[in-house]
Design a protein around this ligand. Structure first.
Ligand code: SAH
Ligand code: SF4
Length: 365
């Protein structure tokens, strides 16, 4: 099979070019064409010698996952569904805001971690995405969205908060992050690229050393008993270890706080006592809280906390001096809100066999 150039980060492409007998600067030139200018046609790479273009055409391809549906929400949120083969499709969501444009990227087809309130988790797991499939989402989104009137790219921020657990696909995610940060690719600032994790402690340490970007941790519960139920990976890496890993991450993080995500589930994790326990739990971790109204999906078994409850919960954290925001639900009319991403997953864990299946998103032809 031909090598897909989207699978290589900067150093990987240089090594590949070396094996083809080509100099490092040639690799960088080609990388700029692919990622800075969104080019997938070797013939358009006019400053590359014709002989090299021929060689590349013979031995390599530039192949992002094809976009199979493109839906626009009333609030401007846009959801792209991309085909990753064998009956699997992944979702990428663009969220426009006044001062930034954020792309929410998937890292796996499905997710094996099975958090109780997450639609992706309920779909089971098929496989890790390749580097080409991860960075290909950004490549495709840039192509679809185009540029603003000043010729600037519209995507200023990336969050790894789509389908899947990014730190469970460590190497491919890190290569994709390198490309996001590389000035010869997307040139995003470390502070504007966020990895969200459910708390895979050893991988948090590895990320800190390999590619420290902004970190969001999906907390969702103030104590182990409840978190064991909501976020099952907690049974392996309990809260005391998770808090310690957060502190270690901050030593090299580009921002001086961790963002804790906290999904608001009525009667489950949203009491005043829960808020006070969170304050005690996070006492030694510089942090901000992002409260996420639960986005329902069929047969989830949970309800979102009423808005007054969310307000009161946030107020308790704020009074303790913790910066707390409540995430606006965006794109829920096209099932693009947090935790609603379902794509299409050929489950390999057989988890879905034990459950009533949830309907998959329809694929536009
Ligand atoms: N696997 C990673 C990143 C993807 S999930 C993680 O868990 O952090 C991105 C965020 O959406 C997480 O904070 C997750 O807990 C949250 N989420 C999942 N299902 C949700 C739902 N139904 N409503 C609201 N947020 C949800
Ligand atoms: Fe996986 Fe994150 Fe969903 Fe948990 S919340 S099942 S880790 S995608």
């Amino acid at each position: 099979m031909a090598l897909n150039l989207l699978d290589y980060d900067g150093s990987g492409l240089i090594a590949l070019f070396a094996s083809l007998g080509e100099k490092p600067f040639r690799a960088t030139q080609v990388q700029r064409w692919i990622h800075r200018f969104g080019q997938d046609d070797f013939d358009a790479m006019t400053d590359i010698a014709k002989s090299l273009r021929e060689k590349l055409r013979g031995e390599t391809i530039i192949q992002p996952p094809p976009v199979i549906s493109d839906k626009l929400s009333d609030d401007g949120t846009r959801k792209l569904l991309m085909d990753v083969g064998n009956g699997n499709a992944i979702e990428t969501v663009f969220i426009p805001e006044e001062t930034r444009g954020t792309l929410c990227i998937s890292s796996q087809a499905g997710c094996a971690l099975d958090c109780a309130f997450c639609s992706t988790g309920k779909q089971g797991f098929n496989r890790n995405l390749t580097v080409a499939e991860i960075i290909g989402q950004l490549w495709q989104a840039n192509r679809v969205l185009g540029q603003d009137s000043g010729g600037e790219r519209i995507i200023s921020n990336v969050v790894m908060m789509g389908m899947g657990e990014p730190l469970a696909n460590f190497d491919n995610v890190v290569s994709a992050l390198h490309l996001m940060l590389d000035d010869n690719a997307y040139g995003l600032s470390r502070r504007r690229v966020t990895v969200s994790t459910s708390g895979i402690v050893p991988a948090m340490d590895r990320l800190r050393d390999a590619c420290p970007v902004a970190l969001a941790v999906s907390l969702h519960a103030p104590d182990d008993a409840l978190r064991d139920q909501l976020v099952p990976i907690n049974r392996k890496y309990p809260l005391v270890e998770l808090m310690a890993a957060c502190r270690r991450y901050l030593v090299k993080a580009p921002r001086d706080f961790i963002t804790f995500e906290y999904v608001m589930l009525e009667g489950v994790n949203d009491s005043d006592a829960n808020a006070r326990d969170l304050i005690a739990l996070t006492r030694d971790v510089p942090c901000k809280f992002n409260l996420i109204p639960f986005n329902p999906f069929p047969r989830s078994g949970f309800r979102c906390s009423p808005s007054e409850r969310i307000r009161r919960f946030g107020e308790i954290l704020l009074k303790a001096g913790i910066v707390t925001t409540t995430r606006k639900t965006r794109g829920d009319d096209i099932d693009a809100a947090c935790g609603q991403l379902a794509g299409q997953v050929r489950d390999k864990t057989r988890r879905t066999h034990k459950r009533v299946p949830i309907p998959v998103v329809e694929v536009a032809s």
